[in-house]
Write a protein that binds this ligand. Structure first.
Ligand SMILES: [Zn+2]
Length: 124
């Protein structure tokens, strides 16, 4: 995955984590970082257009999984951020295939592809 692309997911994950923790300062920071990368021109090379993402669906899905298992979601976010650091982000932890972009956009902390997630009923 390209660095610019990873940055998008990392920002999202950090934002989600901040929201889960109710950490307002972190939210503010992530907003600041976004502005900074925009002025750096990072966005022009970005393969994902944030406007294309159905944010309503995203919100809904996020809220649902949040209600199901808040602690688990935080853990999943943490390990997703670790995978970004180790370069294995976006690969299914079970079978190693690339997780489809649409899935990562909806659930950026998803550790499994859809197939494997079905085998892990209680996980994302
Ligand atoms: Zn898999």
């Amino acid at each position: 995955m390209k660095k610019a692309e990873l940055n998008v997911y990392r920002d999202r994950l950090r934002e989600l984590r901040a929201r889960l923790r109710g950490d307002v300062d972190q939210l503010a920071n992530s907003a600041l970082n976004k502005t900074r990368s925009e002025t750096n021109g990072d966005l022009s090379s970005m393969p994902i257009h944030m406007a294309d993402i159905g944010s309503d669906n995203f919100e809904q899905e996020f809220t649902l999984s949040l209600m199901e298992n808040e602690e688990g979601t935080l853990d999943a976010i943490e390990s997703a951020l670790e995978r970004i650091g180790t370069g294995t982000y976006g690969l299914c932890e079970e079978c190693g295939v690339k997780i489809p972009k649409a899935r990562l956009l909806a659930i950026p902390y998803a550790p499994f592809c859809v197939k494997c997630a079905e085998h892990h009923e209680n996980q994302v």
